[in-house]
Design a binder for this molecule. Structure first.
Ligand code: ADP
Ligand code: MG
Length: 570
């Protein structure tokens, strides 16, 4: 930036020399000693033209260097700012992402950063430029004639004010255009990703109507913006015209009284024109600064967020296989729902632990607490007898394979989606085959022409619910986890396939401990310990056999599910 300012001073110096040179040339042309011979005049003109072009060349050269330093500086700051915000996003926890929409997160990193960059680049550049140019030009003008200087400068502040007004309205208008634009994008995106529902319900006409209304509104707003934009240049031109007029009229009177030379009037006209853009930029920059301030404020709000879950321990942690919940309660801050109430249980090494319960009984919440997505409102969780808050949570998560209830697959190949789970860099095809066989999905993948390179997502194939679940299981297994967590991840798989997968998992050597959540009793019959959750509390606990003997809720659920199964087989 300092370098940029130096270049700015040099460039403006040459810029100011140009009118002065013109002035001297004109004045000397009217002197008596001027050569009258054609050849002599031609030579003189060539010389004058040459010098003028040289001045222009240097002005341009340093202008180029100036933009190269200041605009590049602002781009570098933009780069840093984006990285900083992105890193902050990575650090923040679950509750932050629940509070803020994806649109907000994206706006901070693109729109708001752009506003700040506009201030740091053009905003700062034009402000400093105004100060330098103003000082240089005014010094020259006063040296020529103080009174005339005062007159021609009169309309300039008025111009700054008017430009500010126009710029503000322009900003407001372009903001409202932007708003409608993003509404249209969302509408288009949703209707086309949901095109099957639209067609199935035959709602094309209504959607088209909605789109037309939106695009009509967009046109209206855009027209307003075009109108204001059209006012911008005429306003400037009118005010320069006013200054030039004053310059010629008052300058002319002074020349008549021999107080001013012809060359000096010409120089003044040049100077006034040179000052025009810097003065216009005052108004423009003011509105940039206002927008940048608002944007930076929004960015700061995000940067000041302190993650409630932080890793306080950097020493390596190796999970041995013991988990304990002691009187744990959790209330979701946004809904006020206490999803887990005073829950206690203990899982030993090499045990498989099962949680069963109706939907909404708090099973997923227990798993989120175990992964430390958030900390308990009350009570403690111990991993290998250490409080979960005191262990290296990154290491713990690295050794855990989670198969969440709502599966998320990236718009990428099946292979890459599975490899995403692995901590290792290189994964052989052989390993992929072995893992997908374990997850009982290899035969599906093999059937696709592109095998592991088959693309998923919008432009790729759509997997069935059960296939997605099994790909997700493969993703967790490729981690070679010592703790395996499954959140109702076999719900879309038939019972036979479920048996096969569960049997495969039991044989897995890496897994010390597994936690399986299900509403289907058949999937957790073989677990070493089962708890039945109701309303977030540990209602019953024991092995499958013990629970059946109790003839409580578990027994009832079991009977009901057995009856349902018989219904189906009949
Ligand atoms: P389950 O997995 O057993 O179906 P959950 O743990 O998902 O149950 O949910 C338990 C309770 O907590 C439900 O009443 C649910 O509405 C509430 N809940 C779950 N997630 C959230 C959340 N992010 N914000 C607020 N409430 C939630
Ligand atoms: Mg759940």
């Amino acid at each position: 930036m300092l370098l940029g300012i130096i270049f700015m001073i040099i460039s403006n110096y040459f810029g100011v020399q140009m009118p002065i040179f013109v002035k001297t040339t004109i004045d000397s042309l009217f002197e008596a000693s001027t050569p009258k011979n054609f050849n002599e005049v031609l030579m003189m003109m060539l010389k004058i033209g040459g010098i003028y072009m040289l001045l222009a060349f240097f002005k341009g050269l340093f202008l180029f260097l100036l933009r190269q330093s200041i605009i590049i500086m602002s781009r570098l700051i933009e780069f840093d700012l984006k990285n900083e915000i992105y890193n902050q996003y990575q650090k923040l926890d679950y509750s932050f992402f629940k509070k803020n929409s994806t649109g907000d997160l994206m706006n901070r990193i693109s729109e708001d950063v752009t506003q700040v960059r506009m201030y740091l680049g053009p905003g700062v550049m034009y402000t400093i430029n105004l100060v330098i140019l103003f000082t240089l030009i005014i010094t020259q003008m006063i040296q020529i004639n103080g009174t005339l200087t005062l007159f021609v400068l009169l309309p300039l502040p008025l111009m700054s004010f008017l430009i500010y007004k126009v710029s503000s309205r322009m900003n407001k208008a372009s903001h409202s255009v932007q708003e409608e634009q993003s509404r249209i994008s969302t509408l288009i995106q949703e209707t086309f990703s949901g095109i099957r529902v639209v067609k199935a319900y035959s709602r094309e006409k209504e959607i088209k109507q909605k789109f037309n209304e939106s695009i009509e509104e967009y046109k209206k707003r855009k027209m307003k913006l075009v109108y204001i934009n059209a006012l911008f240049m005429p306003t400037i031109t009118f005010l320069i015209g006013l200054s030039t007029l004053l310059c010629i009229y008052i300058g002319g009177l002074m020349t008549y009284k021999n107080e001013l030379t012809l060359g000096e009037i010409v120089a003044f006209i040049f100077f006034v024109n040179n000052l025009t853009w810097p003065f216009a930029s005052v108004g423009w920059v003011t509105s940039i600064i206002q927008r940048a301030a608002a944007s930076q404020e929004r960015i700061n709000d995000f940067m000041r967020e302190v993650p409630s879950v932080t890793n306080t321990n950097e020493t390596p942690f190796t999970f041995q296989g013991e988990i304990e919940f002691k009187n744990v309660s959790y209330t979701y801050p946004n809904s006020g729902i206490t999803a887990v109430k005073n829950l206690s249980f203990k899982i030993n090494k090499n045990e498989s632990f099962a949680i069963v319960g109706n939907t909404g009984s708090g099973k997923s919440t227990v798993l989120n607490l175990l992964m430390r997505q958030f900390d308990p409102s009350q009570g403690q969780i111990f991993i290998d007898s250490q409080n979960i808050k005191d262990i290296n949570i990154h290491d713990f998560r690295k050794q855990t394979g989670v198969i969440p209830q709502d599966i998320f697959l990236f718009s990428d190949s099946i292979g890459n989606n599975i490899k995403f789970g692995s901590n290792a860099q290189n994964i052989s095809e052989k390993e992929l085959i072995e893992i997908t066989k374990k997850a009982h999905v290899y035969h599906n993948i093999e059937a696709f022409p592109d095998k592991f390179d088959t693309l998923l997502g919008e432009r790729g194939v759509n997997l069935s619910g059960g296939q997605k679940q099994r790909v997700s299981i493969a993703r967790a297994l490729i981690r070679k986890p010592s703790l395996l967590i499954m959140d109702d991840c076999l719900s879309a798989v038939d019972t036979e396939t479920e048996e096969i997968i569960l049997k495969n998992l039991k044989k897995d050597q890496n897994v010390h401990t597994s936690v399986i959540v299900s509403h289907r009793i058949s999937s957790l019959r073989n677990a070493d310990k089962v708890i039945v959750l109701e309303d977030g509390t540990n209602f019953e606990a024991g092995t499958h056999e013990e629970l059946l003997e109790k003839k409580g809720i578990y027994y009832e659920m079991y009977q009901k599910q057995l009856a349902e199964k018989e219904e189906v087989t009949k």
